[in-house]
Design a protein around this ligand. Structure first.
Ligand SMILES: Cc1ncc(COP(=O)(O)O)c(C=O)c1O
Length: 438
């Protein structure tokens, strides 16, 4: 079986060099501080796209992702969940009644867990001497309006030496490094503004509340949302999708209802739907892709039935880098009267997004992939949908009034921001967004 995780294997040094050649034609020699021979990366696994179109990795024995038929078969059924879910098979597509279980349950059931433990990166230390000189390239070369040296100096961590080599950071898909502007903004917050928000009548409470709400306005501008009320701060994309799945979608699901995701999704856009499907008896249908990694739109269209309740798809795949046609994906979902979430974790740093023009119902992303701190992310949701959703977490910031008899919660967005949030990170994120690369 070829898993999606294998497909995310780290590119070879030769492929990275080819990319460096394409992007920075003058910067091609020894960009990593070690030669290609020294690098000798593991080969990228071969991928049979035909397998992927059969479902998740094409392996229907995977205990985490079995077909409805298999989940319903008594001998395969090591968890009762999903066993009475009707089979959904409209000829071109299968629905899945997923089972999400603990490792202990899987072990007790005697099932082999084919769970990947790594994305295939090479953790072998590089053979370098401690003082290997940085084989210099011309740092005066201009990239956009700045020189390479200026761009590097924006990021203090790039002064680090790893095994004697100057740091070159290419892992932005996992997380970006923080520019000095963000680090300085965080320090300023803690030195001059630190307080809880929305709670105190003193000067620092006013400062921190202003800074926090200003960050919300900056995010609204960044993604073209009509109103700051529609911007909810969360920890990141994962929490954002869980929030929408639990607060908006789950209360609307009945057994046999259907949720559509695509074959290109990050786990964060699979497992929350599996969990709500398991709890409600809903099924998950998967949009396939073709051999070049593009979603097949006519197959997507065929997945819709009168039981389809929600669509959740990525804008840019973290696996293949595919940019999905979200305009069409949204339009098709709306034509069928179905709401849609766009996972923008990998797109917002590279593609201008205007949620109003797109008519996205929900759009989510993480700060740390756009130079902001970790621990802060965003749910954009249309006002009427956020208002119709139930609270996700209870307590703190989300309440207007509490007695033992009843609680009145705040209007959006505070309704979804229970407890003390990542205030400084939101403020730090706000500082960076206006200058993130477009
Ligand atoms: C497409 C996509 N969605 C969701 C996530 C999860 O983001 P986070 O870990 O910031 O919650 C990632 C992270 O790599 C991603 O690439």
């Amino acid at each position: 079986m070829t898993t999606i995780e294998q497909m995310a294997g780290v590119p070879s040094a030769a492929e990275l060099d080819a990319l460096a050649n394409a992007w920075f034609p003058d910067l091609t020699e020894n960009v990593y501080g070690f030669s290609q021979e020294e690098a000798s990366e593991p080969a990228v696994p071969e991928v049979n796209m035909g397998d992927l179109n059969q479902g998740y990795g094409g392996d229907t024995t995977d205990p985490y992702f079995r077909s409805v038929e298999e989940a319903s078969a008594p001998e395969a059924n090591f968890s009762s969940a999903g066993s009475d879910v009707p089979v959904v098979d409209n000829g071109s597509s299968k629905g899945y009644a997923p089972v999400v279980i603990s490792q202990t349950e899987a072990a007790e059931s005697g099932r082999k867990i084919d769970a990947p433990t790594s994305l295939g990166g090479d953790s072998t230390p590089r053979a370098t001497t401690d003082d290997k000189p940085y084989t210099s390239r011309d740092e005066s070369i201009r990239i956009g309006s700045k020189t390479l040296a200026q761009i590097r100096s924006d990021f203090p961590i790039l002064n680090e030496r790893i095994n004697g080599n100057k740091l070159v950071w290419l892992d932005n898909g996992a997380t970006t490094q923080r520019p000095k502007a963000v680090i300085d903004r965080l320090s300023y917050y803690f030195e001059h503004e630190n307080s809880n928000v929305h709670r105190g009548a003193h000067t620092l409470a006013a400062r921190s509340t202003d800074a926090y709400e200003n960050a919300r306005d900056i995010v609204r501008d960044f993604i073209g949302a009509p109103s700051s009320e529609e911007i909810v701060f969360v920890r990141g994309t994962t929490e954002a999708i869980n929030l929408v799945a639990n607060a908006y979608v789950k209360p609307r699901l009945k057994p046999g209802d259907e949720i559509i995701v695509s074959i290109l999704e990050h786990h964060a856009n699979i497992v929350p739907w599996q969990l709500v499907a398991q709890e409600t008896g809903a099924v998950i249908k998967v949009i396939p892709c073709d051999e070049s990694g593009q979603l097949i739109l006519h197959e997507y269209e065929k997945l819709f039935t009168e039981r389809t309740k929600f669509v959740s798809v990525t804008h840019v795949s973290n696996v293949l880098g595919t940019v999905t046609p979200i305009e069409e994906l949204i339009a098709i979902a709306h034509r069928h009267g179905v709401r849609i979430l766009i996972d923008g974790a990998q797109s917002v740093a590279h593609i201008p997004v205007n949620v109003s023009a797109l008519d996205a119902d929900f759009f989510v992303f993480s700060g740390h992939k756009v130079f902001a701190p970790t621990g802060i992310g965003v749910v954009y949701g249309k006002k009427e949908l956020l208002e119709a959703a139930r609270p996700y977490h209870g307590g703190g910031n989300m309440i207007a009034d509490v007695t033992f008899e009843r609680t009145i919660y705040n209007p959006i967005p505070n309704k979804f921001e229970a407890g003390t949030g990542s205030i400084a990170d939101a403020v730090g994120r706000g500082r960076r967004l206006p200058i993130c690369p477009r």
